[in-house]
Design a protein around this ligand. Structure first.
Ligand code: HOZ
Length: 424
């Protein structure tokens, strides 16, 4: 029996579903997940010695690929000085300054240990600052697993059929208004009726948790306008897009200044991390300056900060975004060609290094269109790609990630594998 299968059997006995996060399960795909032994650059090796070109990229953080030299060195240097102190360290200041410099809408930033903590805290802060209760989110967007945001959620919650999680009291869920992404009219209506009760709108500016798709021209700009008009806060969840779509994230692409931004993934270089930041008057409402409480023993952890600072500095120094765009364009062209050759009219969406092949002929602009995808076709494609040594997320509702470590040869091999998978 392959070692992965043995491990999975053992894991299932002691870990719910055998995994420490539901997105890692291959449940609906009829196979056990593989267990990783090691990773370097754009490649993963499993415990059975199989090699994969990786497009999961640890769900976003690995923008320089796995174990990049700069991150490994930074962590090695930091670890011998101690792993956590529960008191401030210089590298936390460096990280905060770097974030504020790269994302000018952020005047002050607080570090957390995960994206979930960041979004949960941003929502509490929006409520504390405005004195209002309602939060608006968009169907299929995933903002971590805080109670207020596990309503019509994407990612693993959607994949496993639990977009509205059990255990979230209805009284709390009622405070979250869910609207279709890209539907300006729906946003207008809700603000017309309940504008004075809305603390904030939280949005993934480029949704990446019900597959990946793009905002219609003007949609994000409208969110900025309507929230400002009603004194509600605009929260950009840039956990996935931050420092990935551009040095200043999606907000830079649209020249929008959200009131608050949530971050994670890339800023930890693969170590556990999150952050939320924004306008100074809002951020100063957080304890110990203000009455909104938020805390964490390991927040601003020196290893995570060292890794994240090293990764961010390398991205800037190498202008990684130009390289990512060129790889992304190569992949997109090749995939469109492969689709055409296979006479499949599926929808391919991409921005920079984020992409998704939707197994539907409809244009994908929101959750409903993403859900029109053919799951059986996805499953066939996923298994064929895996068998050919290409690892994409085990769900049609996730995003593919390129890294600067992917080579043109990796991308071309992926396109060739996709051609075979689509024909099969
Ligand atoms: N935000 C991640 C991708 N959708 C989810 C990662 C996880 O839940 O483990």
């Amino acid at each position: 029996m392959p070692i992965s299968e043995e491990l999975f059997e053992r894991a299932c006995r002691v870990i719910p579903g055998g995994v420490n996060s539901p997105v890692r399960a291959f449940n609906r795909l009829g196979r056990a997940p593989f267990f990783v032994d090691s990773a370097k650059g754009a490649h993963l090796w499993d415990v059975d010695g199989r090699e994969y070109i990786d497009y999961v990229g640890t769900w976003g953080p690995a923008i320089l690929g796995h174990a990049p030299e700069c991150v490994v060195q930074a962590v090695q240097t930091a670890v011998v000085k101690g792993t956590s102190f529960g008191t401030p360290t210089p590298v936390e200041v460096e990280m905060a300054e770097l974030i504020c410099q790269l994302m000018p809408s952020i005047k002050k930033v607080r570090m957390t240990n995960s994206g979930t903590e960041a979004t949960m805290s941003a929502v509490r802060l929006a409520r504390g600052f405005t004195g209002r209760k309602l939060i608006v989110k968009f169907a299929g967007c995933y903002h971590g697993h805080g109670d207020s945001l596990l309503v019509a959620a994407g990612s693993g919650a959607l994949t496993h059929g639990q977009p509205d999680s059990a255990g979230v009291p209805p009284e709390l869920a009622e405070l979250t208004i869910v609207l279709p992404f890209n539907d300006e009219q729906a946003v207008r209506e809700v603000f017309r009726h309940r504008g004075r009760e809305i603390a904030g709108v939280i949005v993934e500016p480029y949704p990446g948790n019900s597959g990946f798709y793009l905002p219609r021209p003007g949609f994000l700009e409208y969110l900025r306008e309507v929230t400002a008009h009603h004194n509600a806060l605009l929260i950009f969840d840039e956990v996935m897009t931050g420092f990935r779509l551009a040095s200043g994230g999606a907000q830079q692409l649209h020249s929008i200044e959200p009131d608050l931004t949530t971050l994670g993934k890339i800023i930890g270089g693969g170590l556990p991390v999150g952050a939320f930041g924004g306008r100074e008057d809002i951020m100063d409402c957080i304890s110990p300056l203000g009455g909104v409480y938020q805390a964490g023993t390991l927040s601003g952890n020196p290893l995570a900060m060292a890794a994240g600072v090293a990764q961010l500095k390398d991205l800037v120094a190498t202008d990684a975004w130009a390289r990512l765009e060129s790889l992304g364009a190569r992949l997109e062209n090749g995939m469109q060609r492969a689709l055409k050759d296979a006479k499949k009219h599926f929808t391919f969406k991409r921005c920079g290094s984020m992409f998704c092949l939707h197994f539907t002929e409809r244009d994908v602009v929101d959750l409903a269109s993403a859900q029109s995808a053919d799951f059986v076709a996805f499953r066939r494609y996923f298994l064929s790609m895996l068998d050919q040594g290409i690892f994409i997320a085990p769900s049609p509702y996730e995003t593919g990630f390129l890294s600067t470590a992917h080579s043109e040869a990796d991308v071309d091999a992926t396109i060739a594998a996709a051609e075979r998978a689509l024909r099969g």
